[in-house]
Design a protein around this ligand. Structure first.
Ligand code: TYD
Length: 151
């Protein structure tokens, strides 16, 4: 991702379509003792990181998400196991399968997300650009579609 793109996102001047929500590699340092990855806000993800949360003990067949955020940027990493993230911008959708801890999915604001297909023992870590704020959520899909079309 270019520096210009990072700057536009951090200034909130970039309305991002679905194709800008993409899988980004993070640094990976491997030697015979194992591997180490790290993620720095504004460098490996296009936002400053204010919060980390994680999903775990997800029962087989469960799903998560089903909402969008008005302003929040997120980066989703499969720290263990695997799962799918479906992103929907109100017009089209794309399914991403995450199964490695050296890459993650950048999710821009105003993107409906749905997570399913969790493997046994999966751990989903989410880096977020802001603190938890229920008023940032859009939990009704038809309201999301209307808002995303500017209606
Ligand atoms: P939610 O974001 O709806 O979970 P998911 O998208 O994975 O299904 O959050 C579930 C509950 O957890 C909800 O009551 C809000 C609460 N919560 C916090 O208190 N702090 C947080 O940082 C997050 C992400 C959720």
């Amino acid at each position: 991702m270019s520096t210009t793109f990072f700057k536009l996102i951090s200034r909130g001047e970039c309305k991002m379509p679905l194709f800008d929500c993409k899988v980004l590699n993070v640094p990976r340092i491997s030697d015979p003792r194992g591997s180490l990855s790290f993620i720095e806000g504004g460098s490996h993800v296009p936002f400053d990181i204010k919060r980390v949360y994680y999903l775990y003990d997800v029962p087989g067949g469960s799903d998560r998400g089903s909402h969008a955020h008005r302003h929040l940027h997120q980066f989703i990493v499969a720290m263990s196991g695997s799962f799918d993230v479906i992103l929907d911008d109100g017009e089209s959708s794309n399914r991403f399968h995450l199964n490695r801890s050296y890459y993650g999915l950048y999710v821009c604001p105003m993107m409906w997300r749905y997570l399913d297909n969790f493997s046994s023992g999966a751990v989903c870590m989410v880096l977020a650009s802001d603190y938890y704020d229920e008023s940032d959520y859009i939990r009704d899909y038809s309201e999301f579609v209307s808002l995303s079309k500017g209606k």
